[in-house]
Design a protein around this ligand. Structure first.
Ligand code: GTP
Length: 599
């Protein structure tokens, strides 16, 4: 098939605007999937994705479409992960395309993620076709959406295709618009093989499968290839396309999207965004845009019972083979025993990994309060990176601490601007400028510390704006800040799992909140237990738990034996799941509850 009949495109959208539903419709209407294979939301393969209704991994698929002009076109659809944690992967998938469908929910209109995703597509010089989806909804407002496309996004509204992915309306119009508006790939004809790797997965039977877009040259079985960022050479064992299942082919040509399998051991050896070239005749320069990705959020993951350490070690190892962005290193905690310090791209990525450990590996784990990575300059000039509060040097040895910042785009209805600005301020942020979007919405451009949005920022945004606000963010470098390490002491013993790095102005309130929470969840002991929050030895908050009378059943005077038994059972159950910290037994739930307490 000549390259002029190929179209490579992605679908970008705000969460829930219907990307997966539309992808499935396109597959159906091009008969890429038969009825037998058809199942709800085919592209979201992972169970977890399906359950949470969000797309995490990109699955490309090749469709053949007989257009109204009588010609049969090859359409490659690259699905993009729909979350900011994975924006590098999104940018690599987009770089493998010439066009994108920008999906907007007809009743919701343009949202923060629509804007952020459009920016990513524009950076790759893609031709963007707006699609206004869900026009079947009674609340759909086509005119308003068109106005927003022009006013907010500066996209030509007359190119917008009205559609309903759910009801199958406008699907042919979308396919025709792709043929008409998305340019075909260009073959540079420079004699070099260059293919960009935009994703990779680990298949237990075949090893690492790399998803590639060929820019120039061809890849065939038996070819010796080189990954340009690592300089490592491999032999291609198989190439093929996604229909949507993997189907082996003879060759991949310029403009093609497909997969290659070589003798690669782990996904960690295949860098997303890397360029594949020929070993014997390597391209002089790689394709632009490659970046090493580094985890930004860290948390300790510990087995609930220490006998499970080996099983956890195996599980995290297996997860990493599949997910090169996830990192881990053994660590130990006085309170939690042996576990792993794990690195993630963001909070959603962290939740996904924890959930997979629970579900796929049946592991019962505790994770510590998430932390970002701090840059520290010591008084002796030494520079260090700190991802665990326990390793922060003592205050007198620190010259400066810098924390990661994010630029946030907040879209909010006018009436909530005041409350949102207050929230940004409470989270140590500042509002850079505001932009009027339409009659009733504004976009706030803010800068905040990443640490402050980790746990509950999105929830607060949703509750302040009654669900109408939306956000997106990008990283914005490091900034010096007055941060301190706060220890929590229980009966005089510091408990490392509760230590945290906080801004000095917030230390007292966070210390009080943590001490209060611990008082609630730690059962009474036979002696008075002091709970203290301290900075460098100075106590800033304090609570105490009064001593328990020896006989727990004493207050059930006489009679009610079932109640007595229940209490004893409860006490037994409690004992089983306690961690002894010094003289105090702390139940597992205490760790979980406290780590949930926001700053
Ligand atoms: N009424 C109506 N509902 C739709 C339409 N398209 C999608 N939906 C519904 O909108 C919800 C979200 O659709 P998805 O396709 O999962 O959205 P998505 O954009 O893929 O979401 P992420 O994968 O999280 O980015 C689902 O409940 C769909 O059934 C449509 O045209 N009309």
């Amino acid at each position: 098939m000549p390259i002029s009949l190929t179209r490579n495109f992605s679908i970008i959208a705000h969460i829930d605007h219907g990307k997966t539903t539309l992808s499935d419709r396109l597959l159906e209407s091009t008969k890429t999937i038969s009825d037998r294979e058809k199942q709800d939301q085919l592209l979201d393969a992972m169970d977890l994705e399906r359950e949470r209704g969000i797309t995490i991994k990109a699955h490309p698929v090749t469709m053949n479409y007989k257009a109204k002009d009588g010609k049969t076109y090859k359409l490659n659809l690259l699905d993009t992960p729909g979350h900011v944690d994975f924006s590098y992967e999104v940018s690599r998938s987009l770089a493998a395309c010439e066009g994108a469908l920008l999906l907007v929910d007809a009743s919701q209109g343009v949202e923060a993620q629509t804007v952020a995703n459009l920016n990513l597509a524009m950076q790759q010089n893609l031709h963007v076709i707006p699609v206004i989806n869900k026009i079947d909804l009674p609340s759909a407002d086509l005119d308003k959406c068109k106005r927003q496309l022009e006013d907010i996004l500066q996209l030509p509204a007359d190119e917008a295709v009205p559609a309903s992915a759910k009801m199958g309306i406008g699907i042919t119009d979308i396919l025709e618009a792709i043929i008409r508006l998305v340019p075909p790939p260009k073959d540079p004809h420079d004699g070099y093989l260059r293919a960009s790797v935009f994703d990779s997965v680990f298949d237990p039977y075949r090893g690492v499968v790399s998803y590639v877009r060929v820019m120039g040259g061809t890849i065939a079985r038996g070819l010796k290839i080189r990954m340009m960022s690592t300089g490592l050479d491999y032999e291609v064992k198989e190439v093929g396309v996604f229909k949507p299942k993997m189907v082996a082919t003879e060759k991949l040509h310029p403009g093609d999207v497909g997969y290659l399998i070589a003798n690669v051991k782990s996904t960690a050896d295949v860098k997303i965004g890397d360029t594949v070239t020929e070993m014997r005749h390597p391209a002089p320069t790689p394709l632009p845009g490659f970046k090493e990705i580094h985890p930004l959020v860290f948390s300790g993951i510990y087995p609930v019972s220490s006998e499970d350490f080996e099983a956890l070690k195996m599980a995290v190892g297996k997860l990493q083979i599949n997910d090169a962005a996830f990192t881990f290193m053994a660590e130990s905690s006085a309170a939690l025993g042996f576990g792993f310090r794990c690195g993630f791209l963001g909070l959603l990525h962290m939740e996904i990994v924890q959930e997979r450990l629970r579900r796929e590996f049946n592991m019962d784990v505790i994770s510590t309060y998430p932390s970002v990575i701090y840059e520290v300059t010591k008084t002796d000039g030494e520079e260090m990176l700190v991802d665990n509060p326990c390793f922060l040097p003592p205050t007198q040895m620190i010259a400066e601490i810098r924390e990661p910042m994010v630029k946030i785009f907040l879209m909010v209805p006018n009436e909530y601007i005041g409350d949102m600005m207050q929230l940004v301020m409470d989270k140590r942020g500042s509002v850079d400028h505001t932009e009027t979007l339409d009659d009733n919405r504004v976009m706030l451009h803010c800068v905040l510390p990443l640490n402050e949005i980790l746990v509950d920022f999105n929830d607060k945004l949703k509750s302040i704006t009654r669900g109408y606000g939306s956000m997106d963010y990008e990283h914005a470098g490091y900034q010096a800040s007055d941060l301190v390490k706060m220890d929590m002491l229980i009966a005089g013993e510091p408990v490392d799992a509760f230590a945290c790095i906080v801004h000095r102005s917030k230390a007292e309130s966070r210390g009080r909140a943590l001490a209060g929470k611990l008082k609630e969840v730690i059962p009474q002991q036979l002696f008075v237990v002091a709970i203290q929050a301290a900075i460098g030895g100075k106590v800033i908050a304090r609570e105490s738990i009064s001593a328990l009378r020896k006989d727990v059943t004493a207050k059930c005077y006489g009679g009610d034996i079932t109640r007595k038994r229940k209490l004893l059972e409860k006490q037994k159950e409690g004992k089983k799941r306690m961690k002894a910290v010094g003289r105090v037994n702390i139940p597992q739930e205490a760790f979980i509850e406290v780590l949930k307490t926001g700053g």
